[in-house]
Design a protein around this ligand. Structure first.
Ligand code: UN1
Length: 508
């Protein structure tokens, strides 16, 4: 009975939030089920796009691009400025959708929308800073410069775990850069997508930008093939598994399209003997357990100096014992559910493999709340002491498992940190400055993100985000990431009235 009331109220608050974001009835109803990992219940259904619909969305986006590319960049910034205002106004509404579909605790769901607002601010500023260089020409009366032009249609493929933030990094920058966007969200988080899309559609209307510069397609892998294959999609920005990247990257390359890939991570922190252990403890727990271990940046490996490993693991086990696991809408909860049953099974398989490979589970791993919520998958985050960096430690299991390894000298710690196929995020906890510098040096961490005295997750939008090796090499969000959304042209301008040739070549 209580459960029925609870379920009804979850669906009701989702409906209210959708309406507040401006999602209309025609965007709902259909065959695709939007489920909540909180309870396993179906919240609503939505219609899906066919392959023809996806191609039509690309056509519309391409036509809109032809107009949009001629709008001055700072004027394009107005759309994103307005989107940022609407996101601020509807922060809670969108966070309700993110929470209901991705299972995030309230603070992290609100944080995800804040990340969207932050990238909007950044992109508005960037719209006045699409700088090109001027280079001295070797010839008299000549000028050499580069200009940056809009690229075309950008296909954005996003994952369930950051259903709207990572998409917004791409979209806010792509739109100020003069591109149009076709967005294929994860099928698991379609309501969050509808909410974010409705707010952007309103920003587009309010600022008088071409209506079709943003297209949302809720489509399965098969129906959305055109995003990968269509030559009009100049850039495909995809977040997901290494397998997804392996499947799409060669096909995009075959048509000479651009790919921006943010794939798996297997992020580690080194804990050195000089580390402030209380600070390290807090950093580790947030990075290993936040979002129930379902961030690309989640800390999955801990590489601890042998002299402090017992003390640190003891502290960690007792900190894990205090974590409140359960309904993420409860203010005291820190660990919400896994996204679905498959994710739970993957976690159990990884734990069994870890044991078979000599690991000892120090805490966690079990399912909780199975009686109250039989269709939802809540788990105790696990800490597993491993004798070596064996196969299971090399894999990214998208669940809260922290493998603990030890080292005796610093080069060994770096070798362990770099000794996995993925290269997204990394961290060191140390008070030895030389060690910290070595860690972030060319011979240190091989990841796209290398932090000192802070965990692996929770990056700000101002830096470039992405990683090396199997992570795919892409960079999105801050710093110079905007450049991937534009094409560069080099211009040589001759005002000399003569025609001297470069490299001293004589001709005619
Ligand atoms: C992701 O998990 O794909 O650094 C993105 C973080 C967040 C973004 C994560 N700002 O953890």
């Amino acid at each position: 009975m209580t459960e029925t009331i609870r379920e009804t109220s979850l669906a009701a608050s989702v409906s209210r939030a959708l309406e507040a974001c401006g999602v209309t009835a025609e965007a709902l109803g259909g065959e695709h089920e939007a489920r909540s990992p909180l309870t396993g219940e179906v919240l609503l259904t939505v219609p899906t796009a066919t392959a023809e619909d996806v191609t039509e969305a690309i056509t519309k986006a391409h036509e809109a691009f032809l107009q949009w590319r001629e709008v001055p960049a700072p004027v394009r910034g107005n759309v994103i400025k307005r989107w940022g205002e609407l996101l601020t106004e509807h922060k809670e509404d969108l966070a309700i959708l993110v929470q209901a579909e991705a299972g995030k605790i309230t603070s992290e769901a609100l944080g995800e929308v804040q990340e969207m607002i932050d990238i909007c601010d950044f992109a508005v500023g960037q719209s006045r800073m699409l700088y090109g260089k001027t280079m001295p020409s070797e010839r008299p009366g000549h000028r050499l410069q580069e200009t940056w032009h809009p690229l075309g249609v950008v296909g954005v493929i996003s994952a369930f775990n950051f259903p709207v933030a990572v998409y917004s990094w791409n979209t806010a920058l792509a739109l100020v850069c003069g591109d149009s966007v076709v967005w294929k969200p994860s099928g698991i988080t379609v309501l969050s997508a509808l909410g974010a899309h409705a707010l952007l559609a309103r920003a587009i209307r309010d600022t008088g930008a071409p209506a079709d510069i943003h297209q949302l397609v809720i489509a399965d892998r098969h129906a959305s093939q055109a995003i990968i294959e269509d030559p009009r999609v100049a850039l495909v920005s995809a977040t997901g598994s290494v397998r997804l990247g392996q499947e799409i990257a060669p096909r995009i390359a075959a048509r000479f399209g651009r790919a921006l890939l943010e794939l798996g991570g297997n992020n580690a922190a080194i804990v050195a003997p000089s580390a402030d252990l209380d600070l390290a403890l807090r950093g580790i727990v947030f990075a290993a357990v936040g979002t129930a271990g379902q961030r690309c940046t989640t800390m999955r490996r801990l590489i601890v100096h042998e002299s402090i490993v017992d003390e640190l693991t003891e502290k960690l086990v007792s900190a894990y014992g205090t974590l409140r696991i359960g309904d993420p809408t409860e203010p005291s909860t820190l660990v919400g559910p896994l996204i679905n049953e498959k994710s739970f099974n993957d976690m159990q398989r990884a734990l069994a493999d870890a044991r078979a490979q000599g690991g000892t589970v120090l805490t966690g791993g079990g399912r909780v709340l199975a009686d109250e919520r039989p269709d939802a998958y809540y788990v105790e985050p696990a800490i597993v002491r491993m004798p070596r960096q064996s196969e299971v430690v090399q894999d990214e299991t998208f669940a809260p498992i922290l493998y603990v390894l030890t080292y005796s000298d610093f080069p060994e710690a770096i070798a362990l940190q770099n000794g996995v196929p993925q290269g997204l995020s990394s961290a060191i906890f140390t008070n030895d400055q030389a060690e910290a510098e070595k860690f972030i040096s060319a011979a240190g961490s091989d990841c796209g993100i290398a932090n000192v005295n802070i965990g692996t997750s929770g990056a700000e939008i101002g830096g470039a985000f992405g990683g090396e090796k199997e992570t795919g090499g892409g960079r999105e969000s801050g710093s110079d990431s905007w450049r991937v959304y534009m094409r560069q042209a080099t211009n040589t301008i001759n005002y000399s009235g003569e025609l001297p040739l470069a490299q001293g070549v004589k001709f005619l």
